[in-house]
Each structure stands twice: as C-alpha cells, then as structure tokens.
Ligand binder design. Structure first.
Ligand SMILES: NC(=O)c1ccc[n+]([C@@H]2O[C@H](COP(=O)([O-])OP(=O)(O)OC[C@H]3O[C@@H](n4cnc5c(N)ncnc54)[C@H](OP(=O)(O)O)[C@@H]3O)[C@@H](O)[C@H]2O)c1
Length: 350
C-alpha cells in the first residue's frame, strides 16, 4: 500500500487527511518513484481553499513536484534505471509516498544533490526561468522587482536575476530581510508597511524597474505597473490576493476589483510603453521538450554552484496541515517540503 495526503473538501488546513491507497503500477513509458520529498506550492494552498480554478475538485490529491528513487519501470522506458535518484513534475498527485510519472517529466538528479533540495527544484525554478529568462528577457544591468522574494519562486528568481547580471529589489515581510541580504539583495521593501511605489522610485532615482514579477494580483498589479520604467514589463503569475483573508468568493471578488483592467488594454500599454505577460507553468505541461531544455540549464547552473535551492522546513506527511498553516502564516523562507517519514530527509538547510 502507499499513502497519500488528500484534500477532503475545501477549507482550512485541517481538511488535509492521510489515506492509504493501492500501490500504483507504471504503465508503458512511465516510471514509478518512491517519494523522498514532495514540494508544497502556494497553488496547493489556493486549491485547498477552493480559489484555484485549475485544481481538481475535492476529494483530490495535489502536488506538482517530487524527488525520490526510481523503483520500477513501465514498458519501453530506457532512459532510467531502478535505483536512480530523480526529480519529477507531477500534475497533480505529488503528495504521495509513490507516484507514477511519464518519463518525459522525470529528471535524473546530479550526484550529491539530496532529495530535499531536488524536490525544491522543478516547478519553482521552471517558473522563475519562464519569468526571468524566457519571457521577462531580463538583461545585464537591468533592475527587477521581485514580490514574495523570500518564498520558493522568489528566491529562485533572485538567483536567476543575478546569473543574467541584473539588479534586484526584493519585496517581502520585514522578518525575511536579513536572510535576503545574505542572498545578495540589499534593496528591500516591506509592502505591508511601506508605500511600494514611493520606495521603489526612491531606490531607482525615480526611474522605476525594467521588470516586475508579481504573484499577488489585485491592487498589487496596479502598484507594480506604477513601478515600471519606460519599456518595463510586468510578469503576472499568481493571485495570492484572493487568499488574503478567510472565505472564498468575497476575497476573490475584492482582489478582482483591485486589478487595473483598463491599464492592461493594448491602447493603454502602447501609450505607456509597457508590456504585461502572464505565466502559468501548469498550462505548459504539453511543452515537454521546452521544459526539459529549461531544466537542463537549471541543473547545469546547480552543478556549477550558481544556484542553491533554499529549503525552509520539511514536515512529515502526517503534519501536512501544519505545513500549509506555516506558509499561510507567511513564516516560510524558501521551500516547504513534505516527507513520508520524519527521518527520510536531512534536516532543512538554509
Ligand atoms: N503561475 C505559475 O506558473 C506559478 C508557479 C509557481 C508559483 N506561482 C505563484 O507564485 C507565488 C509564490 O509561490 P511559492 O509556492 O513560491 O510560495 P512562497 O512564496 O514560498 O510562499 C508564500 C509567500 O507569499 C507571500 N504572500 C503573499 N500573499 C500572501 C497571502 N495572501 N497569504 C500568505 N502568503 C502570502 C508571503 O511572503 P511575504 O510575507 O514575504 O509577503 C509568503 O511567505 C504564489 O502566489 C504562487 O501561486 C505561480
């Protein structure tokens, strides 16, 4: 038997429940992975609360990424061998002790990278890659504003921005600023206690930023657009504003009312010399060749020591509710993981 964490119904973290299920068998072209660590993404929290349209309807098992060991191969799988240490993209179902995954979504982990840091790589860094490199086209000497800079995607985006030679302004709760300084970000804003636009303008001698990466949505998108320099672009990649307060429809409607819809029309963008683009990695699942190319760049940078995933904490599967509550309370600095057994991963490293 295997174990899985189910979202029983929409609601608070306590709706997460551990259940047993039959062990899956890999079909042709699939790999069976014994999971050592599963990544928790903010989208899982939105799914649990019922404000994530892409998520399956409960009862369901979410989870976008895992790392572990290959323990069986389906017919025709030649690229992998039993015993290999791998990471994989799963959509959905990653909150499981065992997963079957099509081989195109599986990646061998470099020697020396433990599963905890392996599970912190796929979705988080691919999202950052799409934002910073593929669509944001951030260039040397440019400045990028990164919201939720202390989170999984935020910290990954900081590393990628530094790789391309750009300057970073990080937005995060003040308690995370010291850690962000240790990651080379000296220009920091706490948007909940300071006026974002005034502060960003002050930090850029009035010019603004070339790229703003904003997963908050609502009125935050308005502020981010106000922070843009001429030729600046906004990368919209989340709607965390809809999870700002308890409830489902009311927070969603309040967040939607804050979006500057008229500033996103072609005419408004033309007159402002601004660009707005959207990123939803979950809708690129069919683009496996492209995602593999991006992940190979990411793994190369990891092996060259240019990126170093930050794991905040690993929670045993039985404490999945505490893992969600930890992120919702904005306490995480880096990636939060779920591990099948409390002792199956090394202690969280920063
Ligand atoms: N479009 C895509 O393909 C894609 C892929 C991955 C992630 N995302 C989005 O990117 C964002 C970051 O994801 P992540 O998984 O790396 O999470 P995360 O940033 O590790 O964790 C959440 C952090 O977001 C900030 N935050 C902002 N609004 C919040 C709210 N209403 N409730 C709780 N925290 C809030 C908090 O940081 P501060 O206290 O410092 O503000 C919190 O620590 C999420 O919005 C997620 O939906 C999008």
């Amino acid at each position: 038997m295997m174990r899985q964490i189910w979202i029983e119904r929409h609601g608070p973290p306590e709706v997460l429940a551990l259940r047993e299920a039959a062990m899956p068998t890999p079909r042709a072209g699939e790999v069976l992975i014994q999971v050592a660590a599963a990544g928790v993404n903010f989208a899982d929290i939105m799914a649990r609360r019922g404000v994530y349209p892409d998520a399956p309807r409960p009862p369901c098992v979410v989870g976008y990424e895992v790392a572990g060991e290959v323990i069986a191969l389906g017919e025709g799988v030649a690229e992998f061998a039993v015993g290999q240490s791998v990471a994989a993209l799963t959509r959905f179902g990653g909150y499981s002790t065992h997963v079957t995954v099509p081989q195109v979504q599986v990646f061998q982990l470099p020697a020396g990278l433990d599963p905890a840091h392996g599970a912190a790589l796929p979705l988080t860094y691919l999202t950052a890659y799409q934002l910073v490199v593929a669509m944001g086209r951030l260039g040397k000497g440019e400045t990028v504003l990164i919201h939720s800079a202390g989170g999984g995607v935020g910290l990954s985006a900081i590393e990628l921005a530094h790789i391309v030679g750009a300057e970073v302004i990080g937005v995060a709760s003040r308690a995370k600023h010291d850690f962000l300084r240790s990651r080379g970000v000296t220009r920091l804003v706490d948007a909940r206690s300071e006026d974002l636009v005034t502060r960003v303008k002050a930090l850029t001698d009035g010019r603004g930023v070339d790229l703003a990466l904003d997963p908050i949505g609502g009125r935050s998108w308005r502020q981010s657009v106000d922070c843009l320099a001429p030729l600046g672009r906004l990368g919209a990649f989340g709607f965390a504003a809809a999870a700002d307060r308890p409830g489902r429809w009311l927070p969603m409607l309040r967040a939607a009312a804050g979006v500057p819809w008229l500033r996103f029309t072609p005419l408004a963008l033309m007159n402002a010399n601004h660009g707005v683009f959207g990123v939803n990695l979950g809708h690129l699942w069919g683009e496996t060749a492209m995602l593999r190319r991006w992940l190979l760049d990411i793994l190369r940078w990891q092996s060259e020591g240019k990126i170093n995933p930050v794991v905040d904490r690993s929670f045993p599967f039985a404490e999945a509710a505490a893992a969600h509550a930890h992120i919702e309370a904005r306490r995480n600095v880096g990636k939060v993981l779920l591990v099948p057994r409390a002792d199956s991963c090394p202690p969280a490293a920063r």
